[in-house]
Design a protein around this ligand. Structure first.
Ligand SMILES: N[C@@H](CCC(=O)N[C@@H](CS)C(=O)NCC(=O)O)C(=O)O
Length: 224
């Protein structure tokens, strides 16, 4: 009996997780950040466009249980939903606190990000896009970003991250939306909306991007 056969089946010990997504940051940004910051090996499977995703879904539907990306293969298990994947990655990276109140603050930040992103998705394809986006910026993005900044200030006045020196899933999810807004792909949304107006959030993003492993990853993948 080798040592391995005596081990109980544990996908997290036995296999490198495989992340499936487009060749861009988007909804995979947070998970990739968590793996990279935590030094966790992962296979970064990138599809060049929607047609390539469609072909992969047809060939292997089990890999895409919700017909969406991202998905993460961990041994025999396939996890869908970007938030679940990012939280899993942050936990495997040992970048999640144990404390119930801190975990509630992370959930609070991430749910507030949803309140910001969901209405933005609702503007996609709108006939009067300029008006819809201007309204999103004023009535949704600004109050939600202010709310997130207030949670950060309350949780850790000194920063840079939500809980001080060590980033968590909240910081990774926030970085995903800051990068998305800053990417210049959202018409009628000022590219510097977050970075110019919310110094506490800009500091968290800056500190993550300054991490040497993250900087090296970003140099290889400009859209992350
Ligand atoms: N709630 C899901 C939404 C996933 C989602 O809408 N993904 C988009 C890409 S960002 C998708 O798979 N669209 C279908 C496609 O691209 O073929 C999540 O957070 O993972």
């Amino acid at each position: 009996n080798s040592f391995c056969t005596l081990l109980p089946h544990s996908p997290s010990i036995m296999s490198v997780p495989k992340l499936h997504y487009y060749d861009m940051g988007g909804r995979a940004f947070a998970a990739r950040l968590a793996f990279v910051v935590g030094g966790v090996e992962f296979e970064d499977i990138r599809y060049k466009d929607g047609a390539a995703i469609d072909a992969a879904m047809e060939k292997n539907p089990k890999l895409f249980p919700c017909q969406t990306v991202p998905t993460l293969e961990v041994g025999d298990v396939v996890i869908s939903q970007s938030r679940a994947i990012a939280f899993y990655a942050a936990r495997v990276a040992k970048l999640m606190p144990e404390d119930a109140l801190k975990l509630a603050e992370i959930d609070e930040v991430v749910a507030t990000i949803d309140d910001l992103v969901d209405p933005l998705m609702g503007t996609m394809g709108k006939e009067n896009l300029a008006e819809a986006r201007a309204e999103w910026v004023e009535k949704t993005a600004k109050p939600m970003l202010a709310r997130i900044a207030a949670i950060y200030a309350r949780a850790s006045p000194e920063g840079p991250f939500l809980h001080g020196e060590k980033p968590s899933a909240a910081d990774f999810m926030l970085a995903g939306i800051i990068a998305y807004v800053g990417s210049g792909t959202l018409d009628h949304v000022p590219q510097d909306l977050v970075m110019a107006n919310y110094p506490r959030l800009a500091a968290a993003f800056g500190a993550l991007m300054a991490n040497p492993a993250v900087a090296a990853f970003a140099a290889k993948h400009p859209t992350f």
